[in-house]
Design a protein around this ligand. Structure first.
Ligand code: NOJ
Length: 559
């Protein structure tokens, strides 16, 4: 099978916030169909749609009640058939989200499992007795705060949940569970889907002796390396590949928190027959204070040298023996230009600079809805946030533990909250940004009149058209898919510079990731022999003498 996904660019849709077609304030599948022409114009090859299955929506659909049924607010199963057909007609492939580390507690398997110890679904989940004093089986924490164990009166036992208590973890040790998952995958393959993004796939294999994490002062529950990459992970993925993936011409990308570049080879080396690529978290975690009780809400200033180090390590480690999934944004991450760049004076330059750096690398690039027009973070009041992660963290860290004050927590939420990415897509400058004719499920950003698709399409210098050009380059230039990678100036705190080489070609990718002009002195040794400007966010045909704020370009060099 050809590796079409190597030349593809994927566009992620967060369906509840993308486009509402029926005025109920909630995005839906018909809304996605309406916008396929827009995506075609952008030039992407694949859409990945976050979960659209029946769900009580405790974690916005990452808690599935029925894997074979579309959630009514998104439409019907017929709408999904229509969406797949329309997308295919336009040459766009469709990837769905496989959330099988856990289900909803309202899934029929769990409802049965919950009932008693001796029913057919009893060991579809992890049930354990408490410690002798009745407390939780171990000190594992939920990724959304509190213990990872919840007591169920009926069974007199605790069940495991790495996320909310409404997201019980499936027991992959049980071969019946694995078969259920494969059946679900086949069900959707038969409907024409082209692959899967696999939610927290590195967590499906657990350390089934459930050891405690070593204790640290000020902490009761812990999350860490025992939450992922369990001993049978690769065995399970190889089985899934053998049983399902290998039978389809598809793409499989796993979300793999806790994985290093070295581990990424295990997932993505084609010889091992597991997945095509994984999403790393290493580059996204560089602004965290490691080990802090305040978790992701403890902020560390952005350090470009750190970002370059991590991303380059992944480029190097996977070259020739694996594949990268390239991303800066998704529905769990804030907007990159607000997080690590400039979202005011240099908003457009900065958005293009981040895009240049990412799309110049080897791997499959993922664009998150709105990234292609330079959407920004929002600054809401705490009560206005929707995400269960924000509210749980507020209760635990601010109210109970008092390890962070409300003001600092709110600042961290503005910077890091997942809701920054979940505000409705900004289509135009009409009411509710053209997302809905009704009342949107979540407040629209107050910058929608300034930043929207309609405006971007009307301006040939917009971020949108810059992405369009980058995508065309990904399709036509082998050097981007095949070329090797060398980071230059690793210690420079402002410039992100690297070289790609393939056969007789050499490209230099340059980005000034700061608001300061840069005299390019450090760059001189590398820019001798510039042949042709490939793309530039300051519309240059030749090399500049001074780099402007957030100036970025790709230039072809004498090889
Ligand atoms: C990762 C998903 O991307 C995130 O949105 C979700 O909350 C957790 N997994 C749990 O499914």
């Amino acid at each position: 099978m050809n590796e079409w996904w190597k030349k593809s660019v994927v566009y992620q849709i967060y369906p509840r916030s993308f486009k509402d077609s029926n005025g109920d304030g909630f995005g839906d599948l018909q809304g996605i169909i309406e916008k396929l022409d827009y995506l075609k114009e952008l030039g992407i090859d694949v859409i990945w749609i976050s979960p659209v299955f029946d769900s009580p929506q405790d974690d916005n659909g990452y808690d599935i009640r029925d894997y074979r049924k579309i959630y009514y607010k998104y439409g019907t199963n017929q709408d999904m058939d229509d969406l797949i057909a329309c997308a295919h007609e336009k040459g766009i492939k469709v990837v769905l989200d496989l959330v099988v580390n856990h289900t909803s507690d309202e899934h029929e398997w769990f409802m049965e499992s919950f009932r008693s110890k001796d029913n057919p679904y009893s060991d579809y989940y992890f049930w354990k007795d408490g410690k002798s004093d009745g407390s939780e089986p171990n000190n594992w924490g939920s990724n959304f705060c509190g213990s990872a164990w919840e007591y169920a009166e009926q069974r007199g036992q605790y069940y495991l949940h790495f996320y909310t208590r409404k997201q019980p973890d499936l027991n992959w040790e049980n071969p019946k569970v694995r078969q259920e998952v494969y059946d679900i995958m086949e069900y959707w393959f038969a409907k024409g889907v082209d692959g899967w993004r696999m939610d927290v796939i590195a967590s499906i294999s657990k350390y089934t002796d459930f050891p405690d994490y070593p204790e640290e002062p000020g902490k009761k529950y812990y999350t860490g390396n025992m939450h992922s990459n369990g001993p049978r992970l690769h065995e399970y993925l190889q089985e899934m590949n053998r049983e399902v993936l290998s039978k389809h011409d598809c793409i499989a990308v796993g979300e793999a928190p806790g994985s290093t570049a070295e581990m990424a080879r295990l997932f993505s080396d084609p010889k091992r027959k597991e997945l095509n690529m994984i999403f790393t978290f290493e580059h996204m975690n560089i602004d965290r204070v490691p080990g802090s009780v305040n978790r992701k809400w403890a902020l560390r200033p952005f350090d470009l040298t750190e970002l370059k180090k991590v991303m380059s390590e992944w480029q190097k480690q996977l070259y020739g023996c694996g594949w990268n999934a390239l991303y800066f944004e998704n529905h769990d991450q804030p907007r990159i230009i607000s997080r690590w760049g400039n979202d005011t004076t240099y908003r457009e330059e900065c958005a293009k600079a981040f895009a240049t750096v990412l799309h110049g690398m080897q791997g499959t690039p993922y664009i998150y809805q709105g990234e292609e027009i330079g959407m920004t973070n929002v600054h809401y009041q705490l009560e206005e946030y929707d995400d269960v992660e924000v509210h749980n963290a507020y209760r635990e860290l601010v109210q109970t533990q008092k390890s962070i004050c409300k003001e600092d927590f709110l600042k961290a939420v503005w910077n890091k909250s997942r809701d920054n990415a979940r505000v409705p897509m900004q289509w135009d400058d009409s009411e509710n940004a053209g997302f809905t004719t009704g009342t949107p499920w979540f407040k629209v950003s107050d910058r929608y009149k300034e930043i929207n698709v309609k405006k971007a399409l009307a301006n040939k210098n917009s971020v949108f058209y810059y992405y369009q050009k980058l995508i065309q380059l990904r399709h036509t230039q082998e050097i981007l898919t095949e070329g090797d990678y060398t980071l230059l100036l690793p210690d420079d705190k402002e410039l992100f510079v690297y070289e790609r080489k393939w056969q007789q070609k050499k490209w230099l990718i340059v980005a000034n990731m700061s608001e300061q002009e840069n005299r390019m002195d450090q760059l001189r040794p590398f820019i001798d022999g510039a042949k042709k400007m490939i793309i530039s966010n300051y519309h240059r045909d030749t090399l500049p003498h001074i780099l402007k704020p957030y100036e970025a370009f790709i230039v072809e060099m004498e090889a």
